[in-house]
Structures are given as C-alpha cells and as structure tokens.
Design a protein around this ligand. Structure first.
Ligand SMILES: Nc1nc2c(c(=O)[nH]1)N[C@H]1C(S)=C(S)[C@@H](COP(=O)(O)O)O[C@H]1N2
Ligand SMILES: [Mo]
Length: 317
C-alpha cells in the first residue's frame, strides 16, 4: 500500500491567500479512508499519529501571510539557540542528541491554581496550525506553520491573581547535552524572557509544540516554546520548563547582556534601528532579496492597542 497524503502546505499555493476549503486534515482523512475500506491493508499503522499528539492540526485561516512559506528544510538551517551553539547553521546538528522527552513545565507564582504540566497535559490543549511571520532582530525572517495553542488558555487554567502583571519564562539548562552553555559562559543560562500579562493573553501569543504538521524538532525548541510574532524572535523562548506570574517587570536574557540594545518590549519596529544596524529591511531565509520590515511585524491591527500608553523610542522597545 503506498498512499501518500499531501500535507496542507504542499497543497496550498505559496501565496497563502487561501480559502478555508483547502484545509486537509490527515487524521480525519485516514479515518475516513479506513472506514471506507480504502486502506484497510494499512491497518493500525495508518493511525500512528493519534498517539503521538495533535499533529497535524487544523489550520486557523484567520492568520494570513503576505509571503510564501519558508520551506521546512530551510527553516532548520538558520537558527539561534545559544544553549547549543551560536553558529546558526550548526544548531541543527549540535542539538540532535538532546532528549526533549519526558518534560515538565512548572507554572507558579501569583496564581490561584499553580500546576505542573507534562507533555501529555500540554498536548491536550486544543492545538491549531497558524501561519506566522517570524522576524529575528538580526534582520533575517521566515514564515512557518506553527502548531500550538494560545498562552491565554494555559493562563486560564492556573487562574492568575490580580497582582500578576508579568509572565516570566525560563528555559532548560542541561549542560551535558548543551555545549553552548559552557562555550557562551559570559551569558547567564538558563535563558529567561518575559511578557506583560496583557501581551501573553493577546490572541497571537502561542505556546508551540509542533511545526510543519509534526511535533517540534529540537532545532525549533522541542518540546515547547513561545511564539510572539509581533516581537523580535528572541522574545520567544524555546525549551520552556518554568512559567511564573510575577508583579515586577522581570529581567530578560538579552537585556541583561546588552541593556542598550534589547529593550523589554522588543516589538518589531522598522523605524528604530538597532545601535549597530538598520531594522528597516529583512531577508527571508532561502531568498536573496530584501523586503521592508513591517511595524509590529505586520500584526499592528491585533496588538497596537497594547502600546497606546507606552512611548517606544529606545532600540528594542
Ligand atoms: N532558549 C532559547 N530560546 C530562544 C533562543 C535561544 O538562544 N535560546 N533564541 C531566540 C532567537 S534570537 C530566535 S530568532 C528564535 C529562533 O527560533 P527558530 O530556531 O525556531 O528559528 O528563538 C529564540 N528563542
Ligand atoms: Mo533572533
């Protein structure tokens, strides 16, 4: 039996101006095929994805792109992941041996129902696929199909107290499997980041456990990372093990290292240059042409209100 079912992004034209109807859920399709007897010979193996988590997931068509998706291989060939190595093309190889399972995420601090989630718990959240742009502060960008769930859903479960003003994230630091921790010993690991609680509750902010129809590979932050697409990429920590609700604004990894270069908000802003380079343009991975960077990475309609009382002038603001 040799049935190859195309994945959603193989069917969807690169323009992504796609109608709802093109979505193709592989699991539903397999179930239907099995029920009809069309692939009975494939037996139980055809449904192997079921026990492996919510992949692929149904695409939420609300989030449209203005550009072609980056292809799967290209997206793994440039990565910032300093726990492994600061050489972007090497992350893929150096992170290979890392074991992202089992896993636990501890949620604590100013909330009424602190909780620890294992991977099964995390994968039980209602997952969906979203096509998002990603803009690294270094002026490269990509567009990828993340699979995840809104941060707001997890926050709801732990019931934040009124005094909780910020959400702080902490990544794993396991030096035995992460040579970058020793190589980059001028930096403070574990990696740590934070958002205001309103930012974390914004519909765009996701916890992501999958990409390209499958669970996350190590290079993209397996098994769970944050994705905050209107901010520079470093505001989306990978390998999250801790989430804390706190009252005071937390320090963050890159701000601590270079306070003049990386502000707390770090919203994508083409008009505020990095002290060492312009942020007006970016290059999509796998392409050679520059394109204009968009304010809030093009997500202003959904996020500009968060900043109506904030002055954003300093680099990284
Ligand atoms: N734990 C951790 N998270 C991290 C980083 C890192 O070095 N360590 N790099 C950040 C930066 S700068 C970017 S651009 C994105 C890259 O994500 P990607 O590898 O999926 O492209 O991860 C972010 N999250
Ligand atoms: Mo980045």
């Amino acid at each position: 039996m040799n049935i190859r079912i195309r994945k959603p992004w193989e069917i969807v034209p690169a323009s992504e101006a796609t109608p709802e109807s093109v979505f193709f859920n592989r699991r539903e399709l397999l179930k239907a095929a099995v029920a009809s007897g069309a692939i009975f010979a494939a037996g139980p193996f055809a449904l192997a994805d079921d026990k492996d988590g919510p992949y692929p997931a149904k695409r939420n068509e609300k989030y449209k792109l203005d550009r072609a998706l980056t292809d799967e291989k290209t997206a793994t060939e440039t990565s910032n992941f300093w726990e492994f190595t600061k050489k972007k093309p090497a992350v893929k190889y150096v992170s290979k041996k890392f074991k992202p399972e089992p896993w636990k995420v501890e949620v604590s601090g100013l909330c009424n129902k602190p909780a620890t989630f294992d991977l099964d718990d995390l994968r039980k959240f209602d997952h969906e696929e979203r096509l998002y742009r990603h803009r690294c502060v270094e002026a490269w960008s990509m567009a990828v199909p993340w699979i995840g769930f809104p941060m707001a859903k997890l926050l709801e479960k732990v019931d934040p107290k009124a005094e909780a003003k910020y959400v702080r994230f902490e990544s794993l630091a396991r030096p035995e499997e992460m040579p970058g921790i020793k190589e980059n010993s001028d930096y403070t690991f574990p990696y740590f980041e934070a958002l205001t609680i309103e930012e974390a509750k914004n519909e765009l902010a996701l916890f992501v456990t999958g990409i390209y129809g499958k669970k996350l590979p190590n290079v993209h932050g397996a098994p769970i990372r944050a994705v905050v697409p209107w901010k520079y990429g470093y505001k989306g920590p990978k390998i999250i093990v801790k989430i804390e609700l706190v009252k005071e604004k937390p320090e963050t990894f890159w701000h601590k290292a270079f306070p003049e270069e990386y502000g707390f908000f770090s919203n994508v802003n083409p008009e505020v240059p990095h002290p060492r380079w312009s942020q007006a343009e970016e290059t999509m991975l796998g392409t050679k042409t520059k394109r204009e960077t968009l304010l809030y990475n093009g997500y202003g309609e959904l996020v500009a209100d968060l900043y109506k009382d904030v002055k954003l002038t300093k680099p990284g603001d």
